[in-house]
Design a protein around this ligand. Structure first.
Ligand SMILES: CC(C)(COP(=O)(O)OP(=O)(O)OC[C@H]1O[C@@H](n2cnc3c(N)ncnc32)[C@H](O)[C@@H]1OP(=O)(O)O)[C@@H](O)C(=O)NCCC(=O)NCCS
Length: 177
């Protein structure tokens, strides 16, 4: 008898962009998936802050059969004025993949989609913070070319420190030789 492990997928995952029309169907599972592993408890307003303004920078991976949420990335893109020269900065705010589906490239695919969407919208760079102890996340991002730009001591509510990681999409004039 063939045994189907929970992590086996009977088809290709569906990767879709979030849309406001999907809020009732997917926002509860987005919140559940993200709050399960992240140290910061986010209120509904934090999710709406990102999703109302940057739905086009949120991607979801859905199970091929029941269309349940398997992974999600939430981002924003803004002009960063305190930086000289002014940069158009993409920011990865939240990323999570359901534990049984990890290790098969889903987060990599979601991050690449978000980076491509930000690059298309003329982002200069993409930044994020992650806990220094989060080995899977550090490897994921460093594997995609992100560099450590700053260590943020005791950044999280749990007392853990973070790294700010940055992926330069367009070198600034001072970086061009
Ligand atoms: C971090 C997370 C999103 C990775 O998701 P994933 O779909 O398993 O990641 P991928 O399969 O795309 O893995 C990409 C790379 O990350 C690294 N990685 C992933 N899981 C790892 C693990 N458990 N240990 C070490 N490295 C790991 C590997 O370098 C991997 O590349 P490789 O398979 O070519 O070696 C997932 O573990 C998760 O949801 N964690 C909880 C939430 C979280 O920490 N989010 C990030 C906050 S910034």
């Amino acid at each position: 008898m063939e045994v189907t492990r929970p992590s086996e997928l009977p088809g290709e995952l569906l990767y879709i962009q979030y849309d406001h029309a999907l809020e009732d169907k997917y926002l509860p599972s987005i919140r559940a998936l993200i709050s399960k592993d992240l140290s910061e408890p986010y209120s509904i307003y934090v999710y709406r802050y990102f999703l109302y303004q940057w739905a086009h920078l949120c991607y979801m991976a859905l199970h091929p059969v029941d269309k349940s949420l398997v992974g999600v990335i939430i981002c924003k893109l803004e002009h960063h004025v305190s930086h000289s020269p002014r940069t158009h900065r993409g920011y990865i705010a939240m990323l999570a993949v359901s534990s049984v589906f990890r290790g098969r490239g889903i987060a990599t695919a979601l991050v690449r989609m978000a980076i491509d969407a930000m690059a298309e919208r003329n982002a200069d760079e993409v930044v994020l913070e992650t806990e220094e102890t989060n080995v899977p996340a550090m490897r994921l991002y460093e594997g995609l070319g992100f560099l450590r730009s700053k260590k943020l001591h005791r950044y999280y509510l749990n007392g853990n420190s973070a790294y700010r990681l940055v992926l330069i999409l367009k070198p600034t004039s001072s970086e061009v030789t």
